[in-house]
Design a protein around this ligand. Structure first.
Ligand code: GLY
Length: 349
């Protein structure tokens, strides 16, 4: 069953409607400690949630683990959840990924609704059916594709976020601009992230989600065109893992932004992406995200991380590149030298 994405102006009304379309002998609301404190108050007087049982887990990606998953299953079990119960995931990508996986596996699957509270979860994690947990030091190693019944996007949660978390989600929006069309991209690179106009941001969020929905609709299980969503992520994931390993973790979107710089440079060199648009996007990223702190001594470790990414097969490093805005080239490869040149460009270009 395809998930319905609702761009919500009235959270209570949209939640009432969504709940009424799902089976729900009991309702469970999953939050982490942060969203429990900052976001739950916006919903605590909702009549439709009266009697709902709350499950609160520890926050951040470090707790996206089997232990936390077991805690959620235990809470569902002890709270009397049946196959006809409903789970509402209120939080960022960690909550929607882990909560979606918990719901999809409990008694072979109960309905769930995602209410993303971060910009990153609104435009990426909560839409498209990817659920899962980290395992053995690998991100999202265990999981299933499973659609939530509804994704309710209410941008009033954005006022709970700091500037870095807005920038983090915005990097995925930039990616959606690059893989879609020139007007959307131009508006994104012209936006003032330091003093965001929230009405304009809301409109761009809706457009960004449409881009992701269209791609996922065409290829839900990532056999082909969904790989477009990996733009910036081959090198970006390596930066993210590298930073985490060296105890200076960066937010996901920052790693993606740095990955976009490298992969746009590769797109310009190898696929004919226009240099002026590459430079304009790179300028926007450097101005708003700075540069990833690394040296050429780190290249072997970064290349090794790229080789072990689950997007790759048989030791080749797989990229999604662009021949222009919206001109997507999936399943591209690159030599070690080409990748190193792209990383040189991020450091010095
Ligand atoms: N985050 C990329 C995707 O959902 O495929």
């Amino acid at each position: 069953m395809k998930q319905k994405v609702i761009i919500s102006e009235n959270l209570e009304r949209d939640l009432v409607n969504a709940i009424s379309e799902c089976e729900h002998d009991r309702i469970f609301i999953l939050t982490d400690e942060t969203t429990h404190e900052k976001c739950m108050p916006k919903m605590q007087n909702f009549l439709c949630l009266k009697g709902a049982q709350s499950i609160v887990i520890r926050p951040t990606d470090t707790h996206k683990t089997l232990d936390t998953l077991a805690e959620v299953w235990t809470a569902l079990s002890q709270g009397g959840a049946t196959r006809h119960s409903l789970m509402i995931n209120l939080g960022g990508g960690m909550v929607t990924d882990l909560g979606g996986f918990a719901a999809s596996t409990f008694k072979r699957g109960i309905d769930f609704i995602n209410v993303p509270t971060t910009l990153l979860a609104m435009v990426d994690a909560s839409v498209g059916g990817k659920t899962g947990i980290n395992f053995c030091g690998l991100k999202n190693e265990i999981g299933v594709f499973s659609d939530s019944r509804f994704v309710i996007i209410n941008t009033s949660f954005l006022d709970t976020l700091d500037h870095e978390n807005i920038c983090s989600g915005y990097a995925e929006m930039l990616k959606h601009g690059l893989i879609s069309n020139e007007n959307h991209w131009a508006e994104l690179v012209g936006f003032d992230l330091d003093q965001p106009n929230l009405a304009q941001l809301q409109r761009m969020v809706a457009e960004s989600i449409k881009v992701k929905e269209l791609v996922v609709e065409e290829d839900p299980h990532e056999h082909g065109i969904r790989k477009a969503l990996n733009l910036g992520h081959t090198i970006g994931h390596a930066f993210e893992s590298f930073a985490m390993k060296h105890d200076r973790a960066v937010l996901h979107g920052y790693a993606v932004a740095y990955g976009l710089v490298c992969e746009l440079y590769m797109s310009a060199c190898k696929a004919g992406f226009p240099t002026d648009k590459m430079r304009q996007t790179v300028r926007f990223i450097i101005d708003n995200y700075g540069r990833f702190p690394f040296t050429c001594d780190d290249y072997p470790e970064l290349l090794e991380l790229m080789r072990h990414d689950k997007k790759n097969t048989a030791g080749t490093i797989n990229f999604t590149l662009l021949g222009g805005i919206g001109d997507i080239r999936i399943n591209q490869t690159a030599t070690k030298e080409e990748i190193e040149e792209a990383m040189d460009f991020l450091r010095e270009g």
